[in-house]
Design a protein around this ligand. Structure first.
Ligand code: SF4
Ligand code: SF4
Length: 200
């Protein structure tokens, strides 16, 4: 079988992305950056790794051409620079949350069609393929509501028209009730303990 130069470049590009995704810390970093640019000070607590581990993995991601950094004062910010990352991650199965059927959890964005001005921000910034753009109506719509990350409400913050909302009004209360109901804290602890010895 022959492959042309474009297919070859595409394969090399995909391999680079898979290489980036095969490390737990890097995967966590990418998961966070899918919702937009973040400061190192936000990335470290999210990954629950040490600052030095995160710095090493961020440097690797930058070398692979997956992320780009910029300095602002004393802070360093990172964002995803390779658009293919979003495409590949959109194929991931989001049907479960901590082993629980995702459809059992009422957390998803709702668009008020009257308010939507069709800027496309929600489609472009969500890394989970939740939205699609309706070119006929010149507005966005929710295509895969249960792909939405439980507890994330970034698109409602990004939407300039205030058109995105969530069924649960008190996010913290809702998430805390889920943690209790499904004993998530114990599962999280188990996960963290299983990482012991994997540092460095
Ligand atoms: S970000 Fe808001 S206004 Fe823009 S397309 Fe999405 S819902 Fe509509
Ligand atoms: S809240 Fe859900 S739909 Fe909105 S950006 Fe986050 S994951 Fe995507």
């Amino acid at each position: 079988m022959y492959i042309d130069i474009y297919q070859y470049i595409n394969m090399k590009e995909s391999l680079k992305i898979f290489k980036a995704l095969c490390d737990e810390t890097r995967l966590k970093i990418i998961e966070l950056l899918l919702s937009g640019e973040k400061c190192v000070c936000e990335i470290v607590p999210f990954t629950k790794r040490t600052q030095s581990t995160v710095s090493i993995q961020l440097a690797k991601l930058e070398n692979l051409g997956i992320v780009k950094s910029r300095k602002e004062g004393k802070s360093v910010y990172y964002r995803i620079s390779n658009p293919k990352v979003r495409k590949i991650l959109s194929k991931i199965d989001f049907s479960k949350w901590w082993g629980i059927e995702r459809k059992k959890i009422r957390w998803y964005p709702v668009i008020d069609k009257e308010k939507c001005i069709g800027c496309g921000m929600c489609v472009a910034t969500c890394g989970r393929n939740v939205f699609e753009f309706d070119f006929k109506k010149n507005k966005s719509k929710v295509k895969n509501p249960y792909n939405c990350m439980v507890g994330c409400d970034n698109c409602s913050i990004y939407c300039p028209a205030g058109a995105v909302s969530f069924p649960q009004k008190n996010r913290r209360e809702f998430i805390q009730s889920l943690l209790k109901k499904y004993n998530i804290a114990a599962k999280a602890r188990e996960n963290v303990m299983s990482m012991k010895g994997g540092e460095g």
